[in-house]
Design a protein around this ligand. Structure first.
Ligand code: HEM
Length: 453
């Protein structure tokens, strides 16, 4: 650790205003100045390590994943609102629940959910007003929430409950962001155990109120689950799969745990997808030539057919556009891990307790791996080029903690983009979308004009 370039607390303090607005340029400047790994001092004998080194990232996420676990940002701060499901837990608790949740997301199971998914997308897209410029970010937020809701419960008569749940979930996310008003410094607060001290009493009162909201959200889910059980209906949706999943001893998940897993699917599945779809729409609106290539492809595919999976497999260029949007704007722009034992990678020691922030955003824009990295060029993902990006492309993470919903998300995004481009020509006057890096990488706003084709 001695040799690592170190950013002092004073330097961070000096740059605090720009860091608070958007820490990405600060990260970039430090990587350019100090190389692919540096540390930031966060108090007496404490530091956060930032890296964009491909070998180190692969080592931590995949090769030696057992030496690392998720940090308290997720297992404590996020968990207090959404409980201890697979996103927010570590160790044996995580392992046994991942084993139960994962089969629900296998491709075979997802095939059965594609009809529900498409119906939810189509019904949300009816809200687009032709000839009007609108911010697609909130629209994509609603769409992604509805898709998860339908895939879980396959019910259209619980719209009001779902709206309430969406409202609680989003208000709680905003609260979490308020707690992280200083997103960059948040890591200091975690390390120094000072989170509570940095929040005034009024703020702590608000957290209490938001924890009550989380409880109301749980009550909504509990009633829906109860109704499903008493009805005795089998719907083959995500809820059925979670209800039927068993631990190694054959027992089912306790109700509290089931609700935690459902809440996690809403949280992990809706915001990330909404961000990615919004960025992708902006990029397509900015590149009419690329949009036309997507149009040609979607015109030759009929997503209304019975075999949606087959149609999706034909939409290869549309998929490439989404992969390229995820490269430029990875919703999980940093991935956090804490070392649980001492480790050495590339001559760099990571002592037990070290907090490492891996910048996926920087890795995805590194000129060491990508030609013209700042350019939107979906052709780089053309499979006929047979390029292997698996060592430096991680939109869904890697290793055992890799996103459980990655196929679900890809199918949902392909369906959404295909249905939009088939119906509308999209354009924008916005030069570049302004990013808003919070828990995930969000866009500020994404004005897009939709003209009927
Ligand atoms: C574009 C959309 C999405 C992106 C970019 C994304 C990205 C990620 C990433 C990077 C991770 C790993 C985080 C880490 O290693 O610390 C993750 C985990 C997870 N994601 Fe996604 N995700 C997306 C959509 C979804 C969807 C649709 C669902 C479910 C419906 C979902 C459920 C989860 C869950 C449950 C985890 C935790 C897995 C575990 O720790 O075992 N995600 N996601």
């Amino acid at each position: 650790m001695k040799d690592l370039p170190t950013i002092s607390q004073f330097q961070v303090f000096k740059n605090r205003k720009t860091i608070l607005k958007n820490p990405l340029p600060f990260h970039r400047a430090n990587f350019e100045k100090y190389g692919d790994i540096f540390r930031v001092r966060v108090g007496f004998r404490k530091a956060v390590i930032f890296t964009r080194d491909a070998t180190i990232i692969k080592h931590i996420l995949q090769k030696q994943h057992k030496k690392y676990e998720k940090s308290e940002l997720q297992t404590v701060d996020l968990a207090k609102y959404i409980g201890h499901g697979i996103l927010t837990s570590n160790g044996e608790h995580w392992r046994k629940h991942r084993r139960m949740v994962q089969p629900a997301f296998h491709k075979k199971k997802l095939r059965g959910l594609l009809g529900i998914m498409k119906q939810a997308v189509d019904s949300e897209l009816k809200r687009i007003e032709p000839g009007v410029t609108q911010d697609v970010f909130p629209l994509m937020g609603d769409l992604a929430f509805q898709v998860v809701a339908q895939a879980l419960f396959s019910r259209y008569d619980i719209q009001q409950s779902m709206e309430e749940l969406q409202d609680y979930t989003e208000r709680n996310q905003k609260m979490l962001i308020r707690e992280m008003r200083q997103p960059y410094l948040k890591w200091w607060f975690i390390l120094s155990g000072k989170i509570k001290k940095h929040l005034d009493l009024a703020e702590q009162g608000k957290i209490k109120k938001h924890l009550d909201l989380a409880e109301q959200g749980r009550n909504i889910l509990n009633s829906i689950i109860e109704e499903r059980i008493t009805s005795g209906e089998q719907k083959d949706d995500l809820l059925d799969m979670l209800l039927n999943a068993t631990y190694e001893d054959g027992k089912h998940m306790p109700r509290r745990q089931l609700i935690d897993e459902v809440l996690i699917l809403f949280t992990a599945g809706h915001e990330t997808t909404a961000n990615a779809l919004s960025f992708a729409l902006h990029l397509l609106a900015k590149h009419p030539d690329i949009q036309n290539k997507v149009l040609k492809e979607v015109e030759n595919t009929d997503l209304d057919s019975d075999d949606i999976m087959q149609c999706l497999s034909e939409l290869t260029y549309t998929k490439q556009c989404i992969e390229e949007a995820l490269r430029l704007y990875p919703p999980a722009y940093v991935i956090d891990r804490t070392a649980i034992s001492d480790d050495i990678v590339k001559g760099q020691s990571f002592t037990k307790g070290s907090l490492v922030l891996m910048s996926i955003y920087e890795l995805h824009r590194s000129s060491a791996f990508w030609d013209a990295p700042e350019e939107f060029n979906p052709d780089r993902f053309d499979i006929s080029l047979k390029r292997d990006y698996s060592n430096y492309y991680y939109p869904f993470g890697a290793g055992p903690r890799m996103c459980v919903g990655n196929n679900f998300a890809m199918y949902e995004m392909i369906i959404t983009i295909a249905q939009i481009i088939k119906k509308f020509q999209i354009s924008t006057d916005l030069k570049a979308v302004e990013v808003n890096p919070l828990i995930s990488l969000k866009p500020m706003s994404v004005p897009v004009c939709f003209e009927l084709r």
